[in-house]
Design a protein around this ligand. Structure first.
Ligand code: DGJ
Length: 733
């Protein structure tokens, strides 16, 4: 069992080949952290790592032990009020007005496998042999509240997951004001912290800085995980890079408000905290009720950032994503949004579809504009019935024609939203998140439905069920185009108000869970004004996400590079779009747009009717090429090679599951006159002794990795120019 318990020292050691995580019961009964890092021997105690030092004048020590202070002790789920002065993992408001809690360890359980969280997305195992789990039970004797801290260590992945659960066993009601998923104390501060930040159209840009004393945090208060900050951070040793050195990743499996915070104490210890954002959060627990926090997935790598990413990629594609589509190759799609926006009818849709089918497109997606009075952004959301004026033969008519053309049929929905100009709003004006005495903020002329209310949930569920059951739909793009404001639930009790954001997310997950179970053949792609809800919570239900509304190939390099820090290629929806690009007016070669988009779930978002014959020919070739190798591009082992945040260029590679095919993508920014020439690109992860063929030349793996592949101007698909790109295909002999 990769979890050892040493009875005498009350010490738990979670280990596998890559890592060790050692925790213990502290002298006051709380749980402390002794070690997290590279694998240690499981045959000894690490109790010597517990700080036991007299610090006169500077510490708040226990009355009966001058050397024991929470202020200096690394804890696993820290509480505030008894000496620890850093922001805690939780806060409970008790009936007597006290905010003090004292959770003391009383029991534990070790079991094979991984318990699943009820109502929340989480990673899983397919056999109990894949992981071992530890549950630590603590009790606050004052309030009789129970706290269960759950850890799972995977046997052959450098992954530990954590979550916490509160259960009120006493008679009195209490209010949870903060209940994070993770608190981890580390013994020094010599890290850079990395996070993925941005905004609409430039999601998941890589940011990093050295830690400093005090707090540094990222968060979302938007009701969605957001484009501005992804629910992920990493701590990296300053000497670690993409391929070597120690990196720890922390990813929250959640799609709503979150906080990820790193505190460095005056004594240069580091606390990592992660979970639901506590601002405005209140969750009342009556006797017998529980609150379950979302899961945090911790990854440990001593092979740098790529090492960390590959562990996340494997885990998220194989043990987070689920369902029929998890392991299936994803169809090449054509989405009509950039070509038509709201302006289409049955004839124009079918004309576009006919050309798409001829080129080899496999899935035709009809985006926004097919329902209610949806002729612009101002109307229709909420009325999920076909617009007969635009589509006189209904959705079924369209889907049958698309199927006859040999393609799958996909549809866009945005079920969490409503326009005031809609039948749904006219019938139920009180169903939106709003306060009756407060002004309302609109975003894109739309309002957020109060999904925390059961009747709202039921209405949306029924509309979606009817849509999916009766119209020959094979794919759904589930959008969400505004963040939440005025988050007040009309009619609900005072106690309900602090829980709205989380209840909304729980019901969103419930909706996804119900629909994906009822319609397992449908491929779901999540979307939120592009990539504003690209998070592990969504991937549990929808195994791919629209990466960004920014489809400019040059900008996409950064977006896809940053996204790849955590998320596997198969989860990224990447489309070739028209030039000049609709968002940036930049013109990049058609080949570059495809060479960038290949690395993920590939598709087009372009008006094929406006293209020259030559361009259509090129697109047909691209489609044929991708079909031949899509398994590699979607499921291969991905490595970042040149960082577009550090240079104007970018490069990455993917190796097929069987190691036989290697594709390298190389992308240039602006050409440099008389710039550095004769570049060598150092490939990674090849077999040193194996031979690889590239364009009739044979190279040894060791040469390609150590001496490098020499880049030549003639390698670029459409010539050597601004935004040129090349794809190298190496085959192992
Ligand atoms: C935002 C999405 O990101 C786009 O791809 C498109 O579906 C629009 N919404 C439609 O309103």
């Amino acid at each position: 069992m990769p979890i050892n318990f040493r009875e005498k020292e009350k010490e738990f050691h979670l280990y596998n080949d890559s890592l060790s995580y050692v925790i213990c019961v502290l002298p006051n009964g709380h749980i402390g952290n002794l070690y997290y890092g590279k694998r240690l021997s499981e045959n000894m105690s690490y109790a010597y790592l517990l700080e036991n030092k007299y610090r006169p004048l500077t510490a708040y020590v226990y009355e009966d032990d001058d050397c024991f202070s929470l202020q200096h002790t690394r804890q696993e789920y820290a509480s505030y009020g008894s000496g620890d002065m850093i922001l805690p993992a939780f806060e409970i408001s008790h009936e007597d007005g006290s905010h003090l809690s004292h959770f003391v360890f009383y029991d534990y359980a070790i079991s094979k496998g991984k318990p699943q969280l009820s109502g929340l997305p989480n990673t899983y195992v397919e056999s109990d042999e894949e992981a071992t789990s530890l549950e630590l039970y603590l009790k606050d004797h004052n309030s009789e509240t129970e706290l269960c801290l759950t850890y799972t260590i995977y046997e052959s992945r450098a992954v530990i997951t954590r979550n916490a659960k509160f259960t009120q066993r006493g008679e009195k009601e209490l209010c949870l004001k903060r209940a994070l998923s993770l608190c981890l104390d580390l013994p020094d501060k010599d890290y850079e912290w990395l996070h993925l930040d941005g905004a609409w159209g430039r999601e998941r840009y890589l940011q990093s800085s050295l830690l400093h004393q005090g707090s540094q945090s990222i968060y979302s208060l938007k009701g969605a995980s957001s484009a501005e900050h992804n629910p992920f951070i990493a701590l990296k040793r300053p000497d670690a890079n993409e391929h070597e050195g120690e990196v720890m990743g922390f990813s929250l499996v959640y799609s709503g408000n979150f906080l990820a915070q790193v505190d460095v104490t005056p004594f240069h210890q580091t606390r990592v905290s992660m979970g639901i954002h506590p601002l405005g959060f209140e969750w009342y627990l009556k006797s017998g009720e529980s609150f379950q926090t979302p899961e945090v997935v911790m990854v440990y790598s001593h092979l740098g950032l790529n090492g960390m990413s590959q562990i996340y990629h494997d885990l998220f594609s194989q043990r987070l994503a689920r369902g029929e589509w998890r392991d299936r190759e994803r169809p090449i799609l054509l989405n009509n949004w950039e070509a038509m926006t709201f302006n289409f009818n049955e004839n124009s849709i079918l004309s576009l579809a006919e050309v798409a089918a001829k080129l080899g497109v496999e899935l035709f997606v009809m985006d926004d504009g097919w329902f209610g009075q949806r002729n612009n952004e101002k109307a229709g959301l909420g009325d999920w019935r076909v617009n007969q004026k635009k589509l006189p033969n209904g959705l079924l008519g369209i889907s049958q024609r698309i199927h006859q053309l040999g393609m799958l049929f996909g549809l866009w929905i945005e079920p969490e939203m409503v326009n005031k100009d809609s039948d749904l709003y006219r019938e139920h004006p009180d169903w939106i998140l709003h306060h009756p005495k407060h002004s309302q903020s609109q975003g894109r002329h739309q309002y957020t439905l109060d999904l925390s209310r059961e009747e709202v949930y039921q209405n949306i569920y029924q509309q979606l069920h009817d849509l999916l059951a009766n119209h020959g739909i094979d794919y759904i793009k589930w959008d969400m185009n505004r963040y939440m404001t005025e988050a007040y639930s009309y009619h609900a009790t005072k106690e309900h108000q602090g829980a709205i954001f989380h209840r909304y997310i729980l019901n969103l997950y419930r909706l996804y869970e119900t629909l994906t179970s009822e319609f397992p053949h449908i491929l779901f792609e999540s979307c939120s004004s592009g990539g504003a809800r690209f998070d592990p919570g969504m991937l549990y239900y929808a195994p791919q996400t629209w990466t960004s509304d920014d489809t400019d190939a040059y900008e996409r390099l950064k977006i896809q590079y940053g996204t790849s820090l955590v998320y596997p290629l198969i989860t990224m929806g990447n489309h070739v779009s028209e030039v000049p690009n609709q968002q940036l007016l930049r013109t990049t070669p058609l080949s570059t747009r495809a060479n960038v988009a290949y690395f993920g779930s590939f598709g087009y978002e372009i008006d094929l009717m406006l293209l020259e014959e030559e361009e259509l020919e090129l697109i047909k070739k691209e489609i044929d090429f991708y079909k031949n190798y899509r398994r590699v591009f979607q499921f291969g082992n991905f490595t970042r090679l040149i960082n577009p945040f550090e240079t104007d260029d970018a490069a990455w590679q993917v190796i097929s599951e069987d190691g036989h095919h290697v594709f390298v993508g190389l992308y240039l920014g602006l050409l440099k006159l008389n710039g550095p020439s004769y570049h060598r690109l150092h490939l990674k992860g090849l077999e040193a002794e194996a031979s690889y063929r590239l364009n009739n030349q044979v190279y040894l793996g060791s040469a390609l990795m150590n001496a490098g592949l020499v880049i030549n101007e003639k390698d670029f698909t459409e010539g050597y120019k601004d935004f040129a790109s090349a794809i190298y295909h190496l085959e192992k002999m």
